[in-house]
Design a binder for this molecule. Structure first.
Ligand code: GLU
Length: 437
């Protein structure tokens, strides 16, 4: 364990909550362990691990969170991320679509007309995606895939050769999918090689904490919060999350979005990860699967957590602290004083520009000569002065910058005087002096 690990003595409240959830759901013995890849049948159905990794890289865990298992389909979003990084969205989506298929993971479902697989989260789409990874040969291609999976997980990962060989020996359906893709012109690689690179990526060994770190990396815009490495660019992380949100849970993706509402991916060995964007990654391992192929206890755990903590993506976020702390006329100078605080995003900036506009609408019109810097409230007939105190504003995002600068420019264009105080003023292209209002 590193100093970043939580859950040591005494137990922290987050690990305790995970342990409590785990203990309650462990009694559920529904579901069947996957058997079609023979070594998967050896998994212990009682194993149940949970892990959560925050955006700061703090790790919390409960149960069998260090049991190793093969990643299987949970590899798909991360290989898709590598393809998007290599080729960009336009080229990648020429080879694989982004529509939920509504069919089983191994369905022979290719888009009528184009022959493109529906999305990269089903096997046909994942085989097409893996074959997009640029390399001189299949060895190098797989080495690149293993490397990126490891960078998402924050450690070097290995392959379970036994599972790889077993899947290669039994994976005729996936090979058939690869041949069909090739026949419809949607596979850049020899079908046997394409299926094999896909089988090997499915046989990469992880534990539940690895999956939670991988999820947290997507939650933090592609930056691994444990290693601090930017593994993929932020827009790629967003594109991957979008496809996970619509297609990540096999043919239960719609129901998952309805009841849990987080981008997620599950796999046949019992792994599942979910992403709360900007907050944390969470993962579960529990081998018994429901008829659709999702781990029964993991689905129950995420449903409960989402409901209890309001994690649904479409949930209205908790109201932030007030943005405007002062909005009054300074009796000494006659200037209007507006003080804002916090980090300004669209919501906060809208509050600020609404306040500024409300004030500005009470001003009498002024001549345009009153805009020179240092001009006082009486510089021109009807000119008013606004002091905007941003001393306690930590940052403005790009939307806030655009809204606030345009509003200030309009007030000045109407002949009034605006003075911005605080360092945040520099971001607005203003002096942003440290002297008080
Ligand atoms: N290697 C597995 C297969 O292609 C992965 C399936 C899954 O996890 O959904 O059958």
């Amino acid at each position: 364990m590193t100093s970043r690990d939580a859950g040591a003595d005494p137990p922290d409240v987050i690990s305790e909550a995970l342990a409590d959830l785990r203990d309650r759901l462990a009694a559920d013995e529904e579901g069947e362990v996957a058997r079609y890849i023979p070594p998967l049948a050896l998994a212990d159905p009682a194993d149940f691990g949970l892990a959560l990794v925050s955006r700061e890289g703090h790790r919390y865990r409960a149960g069998q969170s260090d049991t190793r298992f093969t990643i299987q389909s949970v590899s798909k979003p991360f290989v898709f991320a590598l393809a998007l990084t290599d080729l960009g969205l336009e080229e990648t989506t020429r080879w694989v679509g982004a529509e939920p298929s509504g069919e089983a993971f191994n369905a022979i479902s290719l888009e009528p007309g184009t022959g493109r697989p529906a999305n990269p989260m089903i096997n046909a789409g994942a085989i097409a995606t893996s074959s997009l990874i640029g390399a001189a040969d299949n060895e190098e291609r797989f080495a690149r895939i293993l490397d990126v999976l490891g960078r998402f997980a924050g450690r070097t990962l290995d392959v379970d050769e036994r599972v790889h060989e077993a899947e290669a020996a039994t994976g005729d359906r996936n090979r058939a999918l690869a041949h069909l893709l090739r026949a419809s012109g949607r596979l850049r690689l020899d079908p046997v090689e394409a299926a094999d690179v896909y089988f090997r990526q499915c046989a990469v060994l992880v534990d539940t904490v690895d999956l939670a770190v991988m999820a947290a990396t997507l939650a933090d815009g592609g930056r691994n919060p444990v290693t601090d490495e930017q593994v993929v660019p932020e827009p790629v992380a967003v594109q991957v999350l979008a496809v996970m949100a619509t297609c990540g849970m096999y043919d239960a993706s719609g129901d998952w979005m309805l009841r849990v509402g987080l981008p997620a991916k599950s796999g046949v060995s019992g792994g599942l990860l979910a992403v709360s964007p900007g907050r944390f990654g969470i993962a579960c391992y529990s081998p018994p699967l429901d008829p659709v192929g999702n781990p029964v206890r993991a689905v129950a755990a995420l449903r409960e957590l989402s409901a209890r903590f309001g994690l649904h993506l479409l949930h209205n976020p908790a109201p932030s602290a007030p943005t405007i702390t002062t909005a009054r006329r300074d009796p000494r100078t006659g200037a209007l004083l507006v003080t804002a605080q916090g980090s300004l995003d669209f919501t906060a900036a809208e509050r600020l520009v609404h306040t500024l506009r409300r004030f500005a609408s009470t001003f009498t019109s002024a001549t345009a000569t009153a805009t020179a810097s240092g001009a006082g409230p009486t510089a021109a007939s009807g000119a008013e002065s606004i002091v905007l105190d941003l001393e306690r504003v930590a940052a403005l995002d790009s939307t806030a910058l655009a809204l606030v600068s345009a509003t200030l420019a309009r007030i000045e264009a109407a002949g009034h005087v605006v003075r911005v105080v605080g360092d945040a003023g520099r971001a607005l292209g203003r002096q942003g002096s440290g002297d008080g209002p």
